[in-house]
Write a protein that binds this ligand. Structure first.
Ligand SMILES: Cc1cc2nc3c(=O)[nH]c(=O)nc-3n(C[C@H](O)[C@H](O)[C@H](O)COP(=O)(O)O)c2cc1C
Length: 310
């Protein structure tokens, strides 16, 4: 039971799956859910090997596989990761954590050894595709793990501690952490969450704008219980965020809407209290700096490397 002042989670409500699926793969995909509750049971090495191999069989641009996966099993390391990633306890509880990283370092070395031109870390196109390659491989691992009765949850808060991760795992230049995955045996099978209707997400032939009321209904159906109680502290926070990003008048309108409806709605909660719209902007420059520190500089003018010794 939620206490009055507690903010409801944005993970959405649980959906009861009762449909029958034509095959096991579809059943698996429909019934999948993030697992945040792991038992003490270890994952057998041969099972893990299979899951990892399934991951590296994923599609990848040009079949280049520009990613690496750091496998983390040591309790001490998992504990530290859990603290760095916002004290999410399941990171320490899961028997295995996998850190998925874009990796142009390995291919850069290959190019150097074989005397081939190489500018991947200075190219947006390569960055863009390698980000996708990395996450597609991670998702294959999730699905393979699910199919063997394991559970997993992504941890996106690695973006709070990129530098610490680089030092902990000795990541060379050109290796950039993307996401962490906790993997283990679920204590109890997690229930699938409600998603937007397929008709909202899929557009026939071209992009169709849905009507305001349909749009509202779709989100209300997805988050029927996500009404956050008004407190003075929350009002102040939302008002401050609104003022910073859209000005005084918008802040006044937002607070007026909240007071009129008697609660903070899900989208006000998402961007006014959780992923605060102002903070999201403030860190952009810091992330560009970080990218450069990790050896990626596609947003800068390219200067070919000049070897002054020859
Ligand atoms: C890129 C990414 C980052 C995520 N980061 C976190 C996280 O830091 N902590 C967490 O508990 N769940 C995290 N999740 C899991 C989502 O919260 C979860 O997928 C979402 O609530 C939908 O629930 P479902 O996976 O059960 O369908 C992340 C998922 C993705 C794809």
């Amino acid at each position: 039971m939620m206490k009055n002042n507690e903010m409801p989670s944005h993970h959405g409500v649980e959906e009861s799956p009762d449909a029958k699926y034509p095959n096991q793969t579809l059943k698996l995909l429909f019934e999948r859910a993030s697992c945040r509750n792991f038992s003490d049971q270890k994952i057998a090495p041969d099972v893990l090997q299979l899951v990892l191999e399934a991951g590296i069989h994923a599609p990848t641009g040009g079949n280049l596989q520009p990613y690496s996966i750091i496998k983390i099993e040591k309790d001490e390391t998992k504990q530290k990761l859990s603290e760095l990633c916002g004290r999410q306890n399941y990171i320490a509880e899961a028997p295995i954590n996998l850190l998925f990283c874009i990796d142009w370092h390995r291919i850069g070395r290959w190019a150097q050894l074989e005397i081939a031109p190489f500018t991947a870390t200075s190219s947006f196109r390569h960055f863009w595709i390698s980000f996708q390659d990395t996450i597609i491989s991670a998702q294959n691992i999730c699905t393979a793990a699910d199919s063997l009765g394991l559970g997993s949850v992504y941890i996106g808060t690695v973006l709070e501690c990129f530098r610490e991760l680089r030092d902990m795992f000795q990541l060379p230049n050109g290796v950039f952490p993307v996401v962490l995955l906790c993997l283990g045996c679920p204590k109890t099978k997690p229930q699938p969450r409600k998603k937007l209707d397929v008709n909202v997400i899929v557009h026939d032939e071209k992009y169709h704008e849905i009507e305001d009321q349909n749009l509202r209904d779709s989100f209300n159906e997805k988050y029927p219980d996500l009404k956050v109680q008004i407190t003075e502290e929350r009002l102040q926070k939302i008002s401050e965020v609104c003022r910073k990003v859209h000005g005084e008048e918008f802040a006044r309108k937002c607070i007026e809407r909240i007071k009129k409806s008697g609660y903070i709605n899900p989208v006000q909660r998402y961007f006014g209290l959780h992923y605060c719209a102002d903070e999201m902007l403030e860190v952009n420059d810091e992330y560009l700096k970080l990218m450069e520190e990790f050896g990626f500089n596609w947003f800068k003018k390219y200067h070919p490397f000049e070897d002054k010794t020859t």
